[in-house]
Design a protein around this ligand. Structure first.
Ligand SMILES: *Cc1c(COP(=O)(O)O)cnc(C)c1O
Length: 353
């Protein structure tokens, strides 16, 4: 039985073309801005996103932290959705290292933020008792909202409220190209109303390492110093950038396959008694579904699935996350569904007995 790994699209490995590009990459010392491959990747990314400049980062977590450090002062308040990756999954970096406090507003089903909720959360300036709201963080696609997509309008509506109040807007676009492919719009349309954006090369784009942050030249100059401070000043990292350039050329359009596989997966899961998901809500490559009490808790399902060589992750006690990517095809999805059906059926009858 082959292992079907649906834990994350981060498990994707570099392609042969990436490995060749990495082996042959022209490199230099990037702290002196002398790595031609990194310079090329940063320019390419900035151009694709319609921003002035780009900056290679070691990870998405580092990009998000550096964005907060560059936009905010200690004691500021930053606003984000209550399902934000920055809040849930980044080790408390915003408070631990950037010394800001986080204010949460509800995320809608696709990860959107209601402009009214946002306006209410933003603090009036000029009161010494309250922290100034200096940053709004959006996320597209939205990880914990099952890969939901923000449209350019969703982004503009929220960004306009933040900007009117004097706050900046950071977009955690770890899977930004999944959103662009799902909506069939150029990625730059999705980021035109934000001050900076970062996307991951290391997820569905299949690179081994890296994220790229893009924004105005002034912002990137500021971010450069914070990146150095957190230890992200790398040297001949052009070997990584070379894979990134291949990814931007050859890995974006194929994301549509992952999305089709995710919908196929969601339709199959919806037909299994004891699991619930709305397949029509699945826009990209992440499927989060609920586990009914008759089956047990998510942890029971996850350990039973792993015995059947289906690997998944869990965002909560009663929910499971499956992510499609380049290493799983339609046949693997059908196989994962039949193993899941067997496991869930087994748990239900054991619980009845
Ligand atoms: C994966 C992810 C990150 C963090 O990226 P790493 O490279 O794993 O640090 C940030 N935001 C979102 C939405 C993500 O899915």
């Amino acid at each position: 039985m082959s292992v079907i790994d649906l834990r994350s699209d981060t498990v994707t490995k570099p392609t042969d073309e990436m490995r060749r590009a990495m082996a042959n990459a022209e490199v230099g010392d990037d702290v002196f801005k002398e790595d031609p491959s990194i310079n090329r990747l940063q320019e390419r990314a900035a151009e694709m996103l319609g921003k002035e400049a780009g900056l290679l980062m070691a990870s998405g977590t580092m990009s998000n932290l550096v964005a907060i450090l560059a936009h905010c002062q200690r004691g500021d308040e930053i606003v984000m959705g209550d399902q934000a990756h920055i809040f849930w999954n980044e080790s408390g970096g915003a408070s631990g290292l950037a010394a800001v406090q986080i204010r949460l507003v509800p995320n809608g089903p696709q990860g959107e933020i209601d402009p009214g909720d946002l306006a209410e959360a933003i603090r009036p300036r000029g009161n010494i008792h309250t922290p100034p709201t200096t940053l709004l963080c959006l996320e597209n696609t939205h990880n914990r909202c099952s890969g939901g997509v923000l449209t350019p309008q969703d982004t503009k509506r929220a960004a306009d409220v933040a900007h009117a109040a004097g706050a900046k807007v950071h977009l955690d676009g770890a899977r930004l190209f999944n959103a662009a492919v799902a909506l069939e719009v150029p990625a730059k349309e999705l980021v035109k109303d934000v001050d900076d954006v970062s996307f991951c090369l290391s997820k569905a784009l299949s690179c081994p390492v890296g994220s790229v942050m893009c924004g105005s030249q002034e912002f990137i100059d500021e971010a450069l110093r914070w990146r150095k401070m957190v230890g992200g000043g790398m040297r001949q990292a052009g070997v990584l950038a070379a894979a990134g350039l291949v990814a931007l050329d050859s890995m974006v359009d194929r994301l549509a396959e992952d999305h089709a596989n995710a919908r196929r997966l969601a339709h199959g899961l919806a037909n299994i008694d004891g699991l619930s998901v709305d397949p029509d809500s699945i826009q990209t490559n992440i499927v989060i579904f609920d586990v009914d009490e008759s089956v047990g808790v998510a942890a029971d399902v996850i350990s039973a699935l792993s015995r059947e060589d289906v690997l998944v992750s869990t965002p909560g006690k009663h929910s499971i996350r499956m992510v499609t990517h380049r290493h799983v095809d339609g046949g693997d999805i059908d196989e994962a569904l039949s193993r899941t059906s067997r496991v869930v059926g087994g748990l239900r009858s054991a619980n009845k007995g």
